[in-house]
Write a protein of this length. Structure first.
Length: 353
């Protein structure tokens, strides 16, 4: 019996696995990155969602039931890891938590030594993510794919130092930066392993600065490439797949693949060196699965449902024409206060086309 004849038998987890293995599937996998936006499904608040594992777990389960997406992504916010190293955060009631930039943990170059090893299995925010994964795994781990999430070490450090200061320090004080990145990487290795132990089928690493809009490829490789490899190797050793997310423009696919060898890369823009999505699909479609690439702001806040369906159809057709590995998704997190009907429309597009 062919897969076409047994569509109803494929679970979301099977669909994701078969897609990543380049095997025939009943339909394109659809993963609008509904993370924080799930808080609205059970009538909670974002600040409660981002600080309470039980609320977040129930919200994500309810959102998946409502929308039908094929994978959970455990992106709570980009400050999770930094908070556990000691960075003070601000928690808006209805939006994403962020560092208190008026009170950075590392105020001067002499304070990089504030970065100390912590145990992610015991800290407040990283443990919360681990607990959410455990709850999702217990409830839906045999049916729906679970993607853990780890912010890259350079990104974590920028949350504690501030982007402008960190970028200056890369030039003027590289050794201090590298020493802190090394300590952070040790913690992220354990964090990633704990996510796999809790039930993550894959862990998605976000090396945000590996794109042409932020750092040169050589600078990124020096300050994060080898450290990314340590995290990726630990994920594989723990028995899970490695995936990458980077919503920057012109992601360095060559360098990222060199250091992490991911099975899939989630992006918002064509890879560095590709002029458009057609060129991207031709160049990378048989080397790595692309997860993308709907514009989150347009999908969540601007487009009508019919426009979403048409936009998704065009993406599916483009990658199919080029026989390129593809999972339909937003290029970054679905807006926390975006139109959830449009997230559902993305899944409907995958079913239709």
């Amino acid at each position: 019996m062919s897969l076409i004849q047994r569509k109803e038998e494929l679970t979301s987890l099977e669909r994701i696995f078969r897609t990543l293995q380049r095997k025939e599937v009943d339909r394109i996998a659809a993963v609008p990155l509904v993370c924080g936006a799930s808080y609205r499904v059970i009538g909670s608040r974002y600040d409660k969602w981002s600080t309470n594992a039980e609320i977040a777990t129930q919200s994500l389960l309810a959102a998946q039931e409502l929308i039908g997406f094929d994978a959970f992504l455990l992106l709570v916010d980009l400050s999770v890891e930094a908070a556990d190293f000691g960075q003070e955060l601000i928690y808006p009631k209805y939006s994403t938590a962020y560092p208190d930039f008026n009170n950075q943990l590392i105020k001067t170059v002499d304070e990089y030594n504030k970065v100390k090893k912590v145990n992610p299995r015991e800290t407040k925010r990283m443990k919360q993510v681990i607990d959410i994964i455990r709850g999702l795994s217990k409830a839906k781990g045999k049916e729906v794919a679970i993607l853990g999430f780890v912010y890259g070490p350079l990104g974590v450090l920028s949350q504690m130092r501030g982007h402008k200061n960190l970028f200056e320090d890369l030039i003027r004080h590289p050794q201090e930066v590298l020493e802190a990145v090394d300590i952070i990487t040790d913690v992220l290795v354990e964090y990633a392993k704990a996510q796999v132990e809790a039930g993550a089928h894959s862990v998605c690493i976000d090396p945000l600065y590996s794109s042409g809009t932020v750092l040169s490829s050589k600078t990124w490789e020096k300050f994060e490439g080898p450290y990314l490899k340590r995290i990726a190797d630990a994920i594989r050793d723990a028995g899970a797949a490695v995936s990458i997310h980077n919503c920057g423009d012109g992601v360095y696919f060559d360098e990222v693949i060199k250091w992490s060898d991911p099975i899939a890369i989630s992006v918002a823009h064509p890879a560095h060196g590709s002029k458009n999505w057609e060129e991207h699909a031709k160049t990378w479609g048989k080397k790595v699965v692309t997860i993308g690439y709907s514009d989150p702001a347009n999908i969540g806040l601007v487009m009508s449902t019919d426009e979403v369906l048409e936009d998704c159809k065009n993406q599916i057709d483009l990658f199919k024409k080029n026989q390129a590995g593809f999972i339909l998704s937003t290029g970054c997190e679905f807006p926390p206060n975006g139109n959830l009907l449009n997230a559902a429309a993305m899944v409907e597009a995958a079913r239709r086309y």
